[in-house]
Design a protein around this ligand. Structure first.
Ligand code: NAD
Length: 356
């Protein structure tokens, strides 16, 4: 199997190097090829997603992505900014299912803003639909209001829409993922107010008939936001649309308290995926060798599980990360009393040793 390695900008190259180190130590039969993306690609080839990088990503079974962006590119035209590379890759690869696990490691419960007993042992997975909803629905724009109490005033509008096939495929992804976990799916909607989400609820319920072994419940998004901070451990898999997923996945991420620990995956219908840490390129600490590489190493584990179908290898990486934390090793962002603070490369080396 072939993976495309796209390190990107800022801390991207440092953290991706550690994930590659771990993959090489595991020695699964993988071919790896590296290409520039984001600001690094703009510098090298004049575009954040050069043709050669896109072709490599399309031909690969999976993409391991670092992060892109730097404030020095903020004055570039939008189409040339580093972040356009992610949007371009999502579109070209048809990535429609975004997986954001929120796992709270026992050793890091102090980093959460919630009480330790609420987050200790937390392990939930948010699956966000990535291609539809109000973010992409047409028509959208600005106009003179055609009716209503403010008729003829200037107004802006967007269109929320979901088609049956879009809902069916994300629902199937959620039920399949739940089968590899605790077999419970919570579908989050706003069916009490929005036609789009009444339809969403109806279609998810229909798809559920094919998954009688998985429990399904429905929850309004306002209640889901509340329950995530009240009793997050009662969830297993949450599936929702693009906008609600955008908001809830960041909320869930913060339950774990440390952005340097959170992996993510975006998958298409062929199981091809883009795997990246949930954080950005952290220009403030780039080049200092202090970035936490664990989110990227855990993204590599997700890649092995979901695209490369090597769940045992994924389990080994996740167990190694747990062991390193249990041994008291920390990067600066997750430092706590009595623990040894190490740099990026030392953390990667420790994970390699912990693989056994
Ligand atoms: P950021 O996630 O890069 O950084 C936020 C804070 O978290 C910073 O203090 C940073 O030092 C810290 N941090 C992030 N990752 C860390 C790690 N692995 N270890 C230790 N500390 C870490 O967000 P930002 O500062 O808002 O954005 C910086 C750049 O990243 C911007 O150009 C933004 O557009 C870009 N960005 C890219 C992606 C992506 O590539 N997917 C995502 C978000 C932001």
């Amino acid at each position: 199997m072939k993976i495309a390695i796209l390190p990107g900008d800022g801390i991207g190259p440092e953290i991706v190097a550690e994930a590659v180190k771990v993959l090489k130590a595991l020695a699964p039969p993988l071919e790896m090829e590296t290409a520039p993306v984001g600001g690094a690609a703009y510098e090298a080839a004049g575009h954040p997603l050069p043709e050669a990088t896109l072709k490599l990503a399309q031909q690969a079974d999976a993409v391991l992505f670092g992060a892109v962006g730097d404030w020095k590119y903020d004055t570039l035209p939008r189409a040339l900014r580093p972040e356009q590379a992610i949007l371009g890759l999502r579109k070209a690869l048809g990535l429609f299912a975004n997986f954001r696990p929120a796992i709270c490691y026992p050793q890091l419960t102090h980093a959460s803003s919630l009480k330790p007993e609420l987050v200790a042992g937390l392990d939930i997975l948010i699956i966000r639909e990535l291609t539809g909803d109000i973010y992409f629905g047409q028509p959208r724009g600005r106009r003179s209001a055609p009716d209503g109490p403010f008729a003829s005033a200037e107004e802006a509008f967007d269109t929320m829409r979901y088609s049956r096939p879009e809902i069916e495929r994300i629902a199937r992804v959620a039920f399949e993922a739940a089968r590899q976990r605790r077999r419970k799916v919570t579908s989050v909607d706003k069916a009490n107010v929005l036609e789009t989400f009444q339809f969403w609820k109806d279609v998810v319920t229909e798809v559920h008939r094919d998954y009688p072994d998985v429990e399904l419940d429905h929850m309004y998004v306002d209640n889901a936001a509340m329950q995530l901070v009240k009793a997050p451990k009662k969830f297993d898999v949450i599936v929702t649309g693009n906008m609600f997923g955008d908001i809830l996945s960041d909320e869930a991420a913060m339950l774990t308290g440390s952005i340097g620990m959170l992996p993510s995956a975006s998958l298409n219908e062929r199981g091809q995926g883009l795997y990246e840490p949930s954080h950005g390129s952290a220009p403030d600490i780039a080049g200092k060798g202090v970035a936490n590489p664990l989110a990227t190493i855990l993204s590599a584990a997700m890649m092995l599980r979901y695209s490369l179908k090597q769940p045992e290898a994924a389990d080994r990486i996740e167990a190694a990360v747990q062991k390193v934390l249990a041994d008291g090793l920390r990067t600066a962002d997750i430092a706590s009393d009595g623990c040894a603070v190490v740099g990026t490369a030392a953390m990667g080396d420790a994970v390699v040793r912990a693989l056994g």
